[in-house]
Design a protein around this ligand. Structure first.
Ligand code: GLA
Length: 386
């Protein structure tokens, strides 16, 4: 990312002094979609793109923010009970409130920031923004007393309480904990995780951004979560001795046993989640054997499930998936929440150029623009730059 870009704007839009610069990344997810809020596994990694912010305490009680990308300025008082209207500033307001609630004595500061992770592409630009400010404010006002998990949970609470998206923990976790060249398998129930070095020989990971903007606020995302919770309630009632709290605790037989009590939509959604839970584990096994053919196969299966059962795809993403199959690449699927954004593709080196060219041409013919090609570099989690 471009340190000069943030520094020059910080100097220009505030009092000419400099502050500390922090960066937090967006993320990819190899497999394990819509499993985080169901107590399942996810397999994300941070990317080399994200949010970079320069911040300096200003000795007052006013927080002064400048969004370089939007050329927009917002100010609010640290004790403001309502907070700003602009959505971008509400993310930062939420982080500040959550940190105050955890006893961090945040006072006024100036901040300018920009991002290079495409917005609404399913790469967690909002988690990057939350974790960038959580990390920075913990450093500037909290003596780094909050743990990485605290920082991730602050971001998630911001989404729930100040934005209205009842997201899981994957995005904030990946943004805070990421390490260069490594994916992470997180058990969202126990919060245990492992780093997996990811350097697939003979393959590349690449994102194709359909540019269909996905917007989780007010989207059916929260409905998917409700469906899953409803199914859990029904199964738990039928099997009271099984201590069922999330879909993680359920199996296919239990789901079948309540089929008649569920509507078809809820049944299919739960069926997808149970399948995805198993696919993440199968992918971990396959990675241990360097068996990328299986990894890719599972990605295709996930796409099918997300499209047909979980119903979070769109025509453009299905089309990109069809092209991936036609080109014979190892694997491809929708990445992130869905409803637009990117596909993540696992591509043999020998097929890479043809795949990219074919996807760009065919997609452009049908939708009037080529997808954005984003080669994946697995980068570092939240950190202080200087
Ligand atoms: C969004 C949410 C995550 C997760 C994914 C789907 O990115 O923020 O918590 O649920 O969708 O896997």
């Amino acid at each position: 990312m471009d340190i000069e870009k943030v520094r020059s704007r910080f100097i220009k839009h505030f009092d000419g002094q400099t502050g500390n610069i922090y960066m937090s990344p967006g993320r990819i997810n190899l497999i394990g979609e819509h499993t985080d809020y169901n107590g399942g596994y996810v397999f994300p990694g941070a990317v080399d793109k994200g949010i970079m912010a320069e911040i300096r305490p200003n000795g007052t009680n006013t927080i002064m923010l400048y969004s370089i990308d939007l050329k927009d300025r917002v100010e609010f008082s640290v004790n403001d009970p309502k907070g700003p209207r602009a959505t971008w500033a509400r993310y930062i307001y939420g982080v500040v409130r959550e940190m105050l609630d955890r006893g961090i004595a945040i006072a006024g500061f100036n901040a300018a920031f920009y991002g290079d992770v495409p917005l609404g592409a399913g790469m967690s630009s909002s988690a990057a923004l939350e974790s960038c400010f959580a990390f920075a404010l913990n450093d500037l006002f909290g003596n780094n007393q909050l743990s990485k998990w605290d920082l991730a949970l602050i971001g998630q609470a911001t989404e729930h309480k100040y934005i209205g998206v009842n997201c899981g923990i994957m995005d904030q976790f990946a943004s805070v904990f990421g390490q260069e060249g490594k994916l992470m398998r997180l058990d969202c129930q126990s919060r245990e995780f492992e780093y997996f070095p990811f350097h697939p020989k003979g393959y590349k990971l690449v994102l194709l951004n359909s540019k269909v903007k996905h917007e989780l606020v007010g989207s059916p995302y929260n409905d998917r979560r409700k469906s899953c919770e409803h199914v859990v309630e029904v199964i738990a009632k039928k099997h009271p001795d099984c201590n069922i709290k999330t879909l993680r605790d359920c199996n296919f037989d239990q789901l079948e046993s309540v089929k008649a009590e569920l509507n078809e939509e809820d049944f299919k959604r739960a069926r997808y989640v149970l399948g995805e839970k198993e696919r993440v584990l199968a992918v971990c096994d396959a990675l241990e054997r360097d068996d990328y053919a299986t990894v890719g196969q599972k990605m295709f299966e996930t796409h099918e499930g997300l499209s047909k059962d979980y119903d979070v795809s769109c025509e453009e993403l299905d089309y990109l998936n069809d092209i991936a199959k036609e080109c014979g690449i190892a694997g491809s699927r929708i990445m992130g929440g869905g409803f637009g954004g990117c596909t993540i593709n696992l591509v043999e080196d020998s097929l890479y150029d043809t795949f990219i060219q074919t996807a760009c041409e065919k997609f452009a013919q049908k939708y009037g623009h080529a997808p954005e090609v984003i080669p994946i570099v697995i980068g570092q989690g939240s950190h202080k730059v200087c």
